[in-house]
Design a protein around this ligand. Structure first.
Ligand SMILES: [Zn+2]
Length: 93
């Protein structure tokens, strides 16, 4: 049985399932839940420069908290901030 853990933060606590579209759906205690492209999943698995990972993880958990989980693909993962709408509004609680 394959266990991947989270593709982004690599915690083994994450639950990974195969989505209908062929992508993976990940439920991570750190990143929240998101979908990830198969190709990107393998890229992230082999990634050496992990400097972007904390940003990506934070971005994912924000999206998950806002109930609009991110769908990561090869074309958007390197610039997650581009997908975030700039809202100066701060919501607390
Ligand atoms: Zn994670």
């Amino acid at each position: 049985m394959e266990t991947f853990g989270c593709f982004v933060c690599r915690t083994p606590e994450a639950r990974v399932s195969r989505g209908r579209s062929g992508a993976f759906t990940v439920e991570c205690p750190i990143c929240g839940w998101y979908e990830i492209d198969l190709r990107l999943a393998s890229v992230l698995g082999a990634l050496e420069d992990r400097s972007l990972v904390p940003y990506l993880s934070a971005h994912l958990s924000q999206n998950a908290a806002a109930d609009s989980p991110a769908i990561l693909t090869m074309s958007n993962w390197e610039d997650p901030s581009a997908r975030t709408h700039r809202n100066s509004r701060t919501t607390k609680g």
